[in-house]
Design a protein around this ligand. Structure first.
Ligand SMILES: [Zn+2]
Length: 705
């Protein structure tokens, strides 16, 4: 019997779930559903990595035991999987793996014992005891090499992690080492198979990393410095390195090293796995993990597939400081799960970075789902209701009507069956290559094709002529049968909508069990009573929803500023009132009159330049003003005062590209010189400023003309 095993990384239990976690889970869930739909027995793992110094520290900070700390975070992860339909009850993961499970420490100890006995390909001990000294990032749970940290700005200070921007710890202690340096050739051999690390760009990255020479890896910490973890077998003074512990979960979860778990799931049955990972943890999965497995004499994973990262719509990294993160509770509150799943798989060309913004998500939902698939479904079913008494009509056309049907734009049944069959095969092929975006394009080409057929055949006109009944039936049958196909094909991506399509078509079979390869044209039976027609994807009111999202965000913001003012009261200073009615909204420039035309020469007098905000801060005693510095490609950044303090958090502006009037006469406000003006639209009665920005990357100082 064919089986399939897919994993997400197990997430480190020191921070709450975010978009990155959700995305990897959606991808793995989609793959699992697609395999199950093809009749392949599939096991889908997700979970949490709960050991290590970082959990210990977080626990200490929050006055919890490490186990309580892990439980606390796990609870959030489980809630997330439930909210987004990724848990077992919704047909999602089969196990939520936790490295604090007793069966896990049994399995990982067995792997350690095997590695401890192993010889490297060069005939030396795979494991040895040595002394380690280096810079260690607790958040990464990894030692950092010179190219992985930022050197300190002043002497005597430790360097900082490039990923976490936190200070590194100098660690010097006895440690077990894994002789990774002996595994370079063996690893390069593994990468010879084009399928082992994907996509190609990541495979090359890993190859050149390994070819550049590997250093031995410290795989334990003294129990006295890290106690929260799996003890080294036979040497309880040492705790296993958290990545050794964590990576091994992929085999212990399915029963390696524990009989009970083996009976429950089956290592023999399901291994090897497909590991779906973010590109940021590729090295651990594509270098360390295969080397550990080589040493332990365990079969390699089926493949390691690395996806890209989400950036904001203008291409910047998402970060709390920039205020451009996508919040899971906002997604959950305002968007259907299927729309989020569709967006994630459609918008990110697999392997590359993708852009994620609430507005883009609304646009995609409205155009592709509400107007595209949703509209095709509701117009087809509504017409069947109206013109065919709510029953699936016959699709056949007799010879005498063939010409008339052709003239009406109705596609020949064999032709449309061929097109669909080809699209289905392409869809599955793209899916197997993780090219979800391309697969969905195939499906939407079908939506467009059938939409076009309906528009050309104008069933509403055909319905007026009783002689055209057969042609009318044929159009509607083709549309309905196509919908059934789309339901089956799209099920892995949009399980709820796919089920809804089938239900409304009056079908009782489970779309999650229909083998997409087994789809045959004509299996939709004439005479089936369709069900109540409901919109699959209600259109989202963009302006209203964005307003609500902003409100929700600013509620959180207000809470923050409340905290701030309470803090300043504690310090004895009172929150200040805006003193005078001085009008200082430099941002008002959006209100340009159109009453009089100007010459191009007049416009040319205004020097507009692209600027990047370097710093932004509030000014004491001026609630409306922000003091910002902007790089417009000159030697020194410009200092500008903008009356936007009530609408923008200073931190949210840093790094943002804006438009600056560069040749405005400098003037003084509140004792500060303002050396220019930023452009913003003035919105609504209160003239709320909305800063002008760019959808594409532009260099600082570029002139607008
Ligand atoms: Zn770090």
């Amino acid at each position: 019997m064919k089986t399939f095993y897919v994993t997400t990384p197990i997430y480190y239990a020191n921070s709450l779930p975010h978009l990155g976690h959700l995305y990897t889970m959606i991808v793995a869930d989609t793959i699992a559903r697609s395999k199950r739909q093809q009749g392949i027995e599939t096991f889908f793992l997700t979970g949490t990595d709960e050991h290590g110094i970082n959990i210990e520290r977080a626990a200490q900070k929050n006055n919890r035991t490490p186990q309580e700390q892990a439980d606390y975070v796990v609870n959030y992860f489980k809630k997330m999987t439930e909210a987004f339909g990724l848990d077992t009850a919704h047909g999602g993961y089969d196990i939520f793996m936790r490295t604090t499970e007793p069966f896990h420490s049994e399995g990982v100890s067995e792997v350690w014992r095997r590695v401890a006995k192993a010889k490297t390909p060069k005939g030396r001990d795979a494991l040895y005891k040595g002394h380690y000294e280096g810079w260690f990032c607790a958040a990464c749970a990894a030692y950092k090499t010179e190219d992985e940290y930022a050197k300190p700005t002043s002497e005597g200070e430790p360097p900082t992690c490039l990923i976490h921007e936190t200070k590194l710890d100098r660690v010097s202690e006895e440690s077990y080492f894994f002789r990774l340096s002996d595994y370079d050739e063996a690893l390069l051999n593994l990468y010879e198979s084009a399928d082992f690390v994907r996509p190609e760009s990541r495979r090359n990255e890993v190859k050149s990393f390994v070819a550049g020479g590997l250093q031995d890896l410290s795989v334990s910490r003294l129990h006295s410095s890290v106690s929260w973890g799996v003890p080294v077998p036979g040497d309880p003074n040492h705790t296993m390195y958290v990545w050794f512990d964590a990576l091994t979960n992929y085999i212990t979860a399915i029963g390696f090293g524990n009989e009970q778990q083996e009976k429950k799931v089956g290592f023999e049955k399901f291994w090897p796995a497909l590991h779906m990972v973010g590109k940021d943890i590729l090295r651990f999965h594509a270098v360390y993990w295969p080397a550990f497995l080589l040493a332990a004499g365990i079969e390699q994973p089926r493949a390691i597939v690395a996806h890209g990262m989400w950036v904001d719509p203008s291409g910047r990294k998402m970060s709390k400081t920039l205020g451009n993160t996508i919040e899971l509770d906002v997604l959950n509150k305002f968007f259907p799960v299927d729309a989020i799943r569709y967006f994630c798989l459609r918008e990110m060309v697999f392997g590359q970075d993708g852009r994620f913004g609430y507005e883009n998500l609304i646009d995609r939902t409205n155009s592709d789902l509400a107007s595209g698939l949703g509209n095709l479904s509701s117009r087809t079913l509504t017409m069947i209701q109206r013109y065919c008494n709510g029953r699936i009509p016959a699709g056949a056309i007799t010879d005498e009507n063939r010409l008339a049907a052709k003239r009406a734009g109705v596609e020949d049944e064999t032709a449309i069956a061929d097109v669909l069959g080809h699209a289905r095969d392409e869809f599955i092929r793209y899916f197997d290559e993780f090219a979800f975006s391309r697969a969905l394009e195939e499906a939407w080409a079908i939506v467009a094709r059938v939409d076009k057929m309906i528009s050309e055949a104008t069933p509403w006109d055909l319905a007026k002529d009783p002689n055209q009944q057969q042609t009318l039936n044929a159009v509607l049958y083709r549309a309905a049968e196509t919908l059934r196909w789309l339901g089956v094909m799209l099920y892995p991506v949009m399980p709820t909508a796919a089920r809804e399509i089938h239900q409304q078509l009056g079908l009782t079979d489970d779309v999650g069990r229909i083998d997409a390869r087994g789809l045959r044209w004509g299996d939709l039976k004439e005479g089936v009573q369709i069900q109540e027609v409901k919109p699959l994807f209600p259109r989202i009111d963009k302006a209203k929803t964005m307003e609500e999202i902003r409100e929700q965000k600013s509620e959180v913001g207000e809470q923050k500023s409340e905290v701030r003012s309470q803090e300043s009261e504690k310090q004895g200073s009172r929150p200040v009132e805006e003193g005078s009615g001085q009008h200082a909204t430099e941002a008002d420039a959006g209100a340009v009159g159109v009453a009089n035309f100007i010459d191009i020469a007049d416009f040319a007098k205004v020097e507009l330049r692209v600027g990047e905000v370097r710093t932004a801060g509030r000014i004491p005693k001026a609630d409306k003003l922000l003091l910002i510095t902007v790089d417009i490609g000159e030697e020194k950044p410009r200092q500008i005062l903008a009356g936007i303090a009530q609408y923008y958090e200073p931190e949210s502006l840093v790094g943002r590209k804006i438009v600056v009037v560069a040749n405005l006469k400098p003037r003084k406000l509140r004792g500060y010189e303002s050396q220019g003006m930023l452009l913003a639209a003035s919105v609504g009665e209160e003239g709320k400023p909305v800063i002008a920005t760019f959808a594409e990357d532009v260099p600082n100082g570029a002139r607008l003309k």
